[in-house]
Design a protein around this ligand. Structure first.
Ligand code: HEC
Ligand code: HEC
Ligand code: HEC
Ligand code: HEC
Ligand code: HEC
Length: 235
């Protein structure tokens, strides 16, 4: 009976919210039950967007009553709709890329630095995927007999960017900041914490869940003491 489960789990979130809003000394409870919070959130996408919207709105106005009402409404919707879909956290996601670029070859075997190609990771919210100029620094002369490199040169000569498929993607309501994390841990150590063993990836894949619980667990680590209030990560 997954639909009913949604309802009883919502009450769990209410408890979490209560702790958060009534006792502003931090929220151990959310931490302890973050697994459960994530379960609640496994709803069909329509209910999810209602849920996300109302919970975040209530979180901003810090109104426990609003959060309770919206959660009851969502519980009700779930019971009525009785539709259930797991939210894919996309761990392991590895889309096929238009050109088979290998991190294993470039960053692993040839030991190229992450920041040589992704320099924005150090200075901006968003990291970047390199433009073809960077590739052509080598591939004007290297591997020009290979079909993949010919494809690359063709795009370069036409001035067309390669349509790389995005691998990591947070929902719009989440704020994320590369610079803060990369400056804190330095490259490539920082990259490894979140993106895994990139130097051995022939095809890039998502190595961490990127779930809220995953972010918060690290923020709460004793040596980090990073902020965990809702507005740290949500608009
Ligand atoms: C020679 C340039 C180059 C180097 C060096 C390089 N990358 Fe990349 N990176 C790319 C390209 C091109 C893509 C897009 C294609 C793909 O996903 O494989 C990419 C994609 C990525 C992505 C996925 C982006 C997304 O869509 O979510 C991550 C994460 C990443 N790189 C991390 C790293 C890390 C960490 C290192 C160092 C260990 C590194 N890269 C070294 C060129 C490079
Ligand atoms: C510092 C030099 C360098 C840069 C910069 C570089 N590469 Fe390479 N790349 C190499 C070398 C060396 C090889 C191995 C060539 C060989 O085996 O003939 C290679 C191989 C490749 C191959 C495999 C070709 C095949 O079929 O075997 C692809 C695809 C490729 N690179 C794409 C890219 C892309 C895309 C970029 C830019 C994001 C890039 N490279 C940047 C040096 C570089
Ligand atoms: C604290 C975790 C964390 C660290 C550290 C980190 N990343 Fe990311 N990275 C992410 C997340 C989360 C996303 C998805 C961001 C989004 O969708 O807004 C991402 C996305 C990317 C992308 C795709 C472009 C973008 O910004 O959406 C690239 C490229 C990338 N990371 C490279 C790197 C490199 C290189 C390093 C190290 C210098 C690094 N990252 C360090 C978590 C991290
Ligand atoms: C590997 C541990 C780790 C992970 C995983 C991690 N963070 Fe962080 N985060 C930190 C640390 C440490 C800081 C504080 C950095 C500093 O002191 O400058 C921080 C800071 C931040 C900040 C800046 C806070 C401010 O004061 O403005 C934001 C926003 C943030 N993280 C969001 C996220 C999100 C969203 C995720 C998950 C997608 C995430 N973080 C995952 C360790 C982590
Ligand atoms: C350290 C960063 C961080 C903090 C702090 C944080 N969140 Fe999140 N939150 C995320 C990330 C990342 C996601 C998207 C991934 C997911 O759904 O787990 C998310 C997703 C959500 C969602 C939507 C889930 C869905 O179905 O997409 C809600 C609702 C939410 N958070 C509420 C809160 C509330 C309320 C607080 C404060 C008690 C909070 N968050 C604090 C990072 C954070």
């Amino acid at each position: 009976m997954p639909c009913l489960l949604a309802f009883s789990d919502s009450q769990l979130v209410i408890k979490i919210a209560e702790k958060e809003f009534l006792n502003s000394t931090g929220f151990n409870y959310l931490y302890e039950t973050s697994e459960n919070l994530l379960e609640v959130i496994e709803m069909n996408s329509m209910f999810r967007s209602v849920f996300v919207h109302s919970v975040l709105k209530s979180a901003r106005s810090a109104s426990l009553r609003a959060i309770t009402i919206s959660l009851i409404a969502v519980g009700f919707l779930s019971v009525v709709g009785c539709e259930w879909g797991a939210i894919g956290y996309n761990k392991g996601y590895a889309p096929e890329q238009p050109i088979p670029f290998s991190h294993e070859l470039h960053a692993g075997q040839y030991k190229m630095q992450c920041l040589y190609c992704h320099s924005a990771a150090e200075r901006a919210n968003h990291s970047d995927v390199p433009s073809l100029n960077i590739c052509m620094n080598c591939h004007l002369v290297v591997g020009t007999d290979k079909p993949a490199i010919q494809q690359l040169s063709e795009a370069y000569n036409k001035g067309e960017p390669v349509a790389w498929k995005k691998v990591h993607l947070l929902p719009d309501h989440v704020k994320f900041n590369h610079k803060r994390h990369v400056q804190k841990y330095g490259a490539p150590q920082a990259c490894h914490k979140c993106h895994g063993p990139v130097e051995s990836m022939e095809t890039m894949y998502q190595s961490s869940s990127l779930s809220m619980g995953w972010c918060i667990n690290c923020h709460r680590e004793k040596e980090n003491q990073a902020p965990v209030s809702c507005s740290t990560c949500h608009y």
